[in-house]
Design a protein around this ligand. Structure first.
Ligand SMILES: Cc1ncc(COP(=O)(O)O)c(C=O)c1O
Length: 400
């Protein structure tokens, strides 16, 4: 079926909880996708970082194929032979004692919240039902009822109440505000090292070092939601490493599944994750054999540092190219590594119009609030492809 028919069918048969670009993709490889009409596009969104290793990375596909031919699901009622290898590899990559595998990013966040609360009651001694978690305005941690309870985005939140209590919202990047918000019943501070959905916002230098010190002093867990920022996206394995900070808990997802299966995880030391006992938390598909086989290969790919280095080097090229467009239709550029938030002059076009025009140039990207667009190509992208995307962006802006 060609694009118009496929779009009409999608419109007819699905809930309208997304507003996709009118592109119907049928196959993909590396940084490129092809639509049903045979048009090729450079994928500069990479599934919001779920495709850090590109589409159909050969070693990830091989791992998936091999596992499909042997064993796909056991549930956690039994152990399977891929489980410990994956969990050990990921724990070592994170420098933590233990891993708890789940499926989606939101489930990893929910797991982190539950573990932090339980740790608060059992280890810190917070009175029953009083645990508080400090979060940042502009956050994006997923779509469950608890998570949207502390969202500041009305589209995500409105009409989904009643809301889960126990969260204090402070401005992102403001250490004094977190310091004021932390009290005797605070069990955790939950933050994105870089806020993706908010427009790739990088906090001021020293923010995370300050938050780390505060959390240590106040006996509060620092939870880093690295679901979008982690696993090589910013030029390091974890974005929080740029600040020289180690959180108490990593929340991971997206790229952990290699763009093939949903895989998420929480990584923390025994003193934290050890509070969970059998029957208290879980998921039928969490840590399934297919997920673990692919996830182990993802960990292996990251262990060489090659992808982190590519992201750092090509990221410099991307950011230099974007910075050169400031004053020529671009108002501001933020980000790290192969991840950028680009504010287009709102007098010229909205973010939505920008990504529609970029698609006409053969570049797929995603707008966020107002006139901001996000660029996050797969880490397998080449220098020439980065230059092509920059040229595509320049082409939709007024000439220099
Ligand atoms: C920082 C962050 N946390 C959590 C999530 C939720 O992940 P998922 O959509 O897999 O539930 C996302 C998704 O965009 C995210 O960017």
């Amino acid at each position: 079926m060609r694009t118009p028919g496929a779009l009409a069918d999608a419109e007819r048969w699905t809930a309208h909880n997304y507003h996709p670009l009118p592109v119907v993709i049928t196959d993909a490889e590396g940084a490129w996708v092809t639509d049903v009409d045979g048009h090729r596009y450079l994928d500069f969104l990479a599934g919001y970082s779920a495709l850090n290793f590109g589409h159909r990375h050969p070693s990830l596909i091989a791992a998936a194929h091999a596992q499909l031919d042997r064993l796909t699901l056991t549930s956690r009622a039994f152990v399977h032979d891929q489980f410990a290898t994956f969990c050990r590899g990921l724990a070592e990559l994170c420098g933590k004692d233990l891993v708890l595998p789940m499926n989606t990013g939101a489930e990893a966040v929910e797991t982190g919240i539950k573990v932090a609360r339980k740790w608060g009651y059992q280890v810190k001694g917070v009175p029953d039902g009083q645990a508080e978690i400090v979060v940042a305005g502009g956050n994006f941690h997923g779509r469950t009822t608890t998570i949207i309870s502390f969202s500041t985005d009305e589209d995500a939140r409105a009409d989904f109440g009643p809301y889960t209590p126990g969260f204090k919202i402070v401005p992102y990047g403001d250490l004094a505000a977190i310091t004021d918000a932390v009290g005797p019943n605070t069990v955790a501070v939950l933050l994105e090292p870089i806020q993706g959905e908010a427009g790739v916002l990088v906090p001021p230098a020293g923010y995370f070092a300050g938050v780390r010190e505060l959390c240590t002093t106040e006996n509060v867990l620092l939870i880093a939601d690295e679901i979008q920022s982690g696993l090589g996206r910013t030029g390091k394995t974890f974005a929080i490493e740029h600040e020289g900070v180690v959180p108490d808990m990593f929340l991971l997802g997206k790229a952990l599944g290699g763009g093939i299966v949903p895989v998420s995880a929480v990584a923390a030391d025994r003193a934290v994750l050890g509070v969970l006992k059998p029957g208290e938390h879980g998921s039928t598909f969490g840590g399934n054999p297919l997920a673990c086989a692919v996830g182990s290969k993802v960990v292996r790919l990251l262990s060489t540092g090659e992808f982190q280095q590519r992201s750092a080097q090509l990221g410099t090229r991307l950011h230099e190219g974007l910075t050169a467009l400031i004053g020529h239709g671009v108002v501001a550029v933020r980000g790290r590594g192969l991840w950028a938030g680009v504010d287009i002059d709102p007098a010229l076009m909205t973010g939505r119009q920008a990504v529609e025009r970029l698609a006409e140039q053969g570049i797929l990207a995603k707008d966020t609030h107002g006139s901001t667009i996000r660029l996050a190509p797969p880490l397998v992208v080449t220098e020439a492809e980065v230059d092509q995307a920059l040229a595509g962006l320049a082409a939709i802006l007024p000439g220099k």
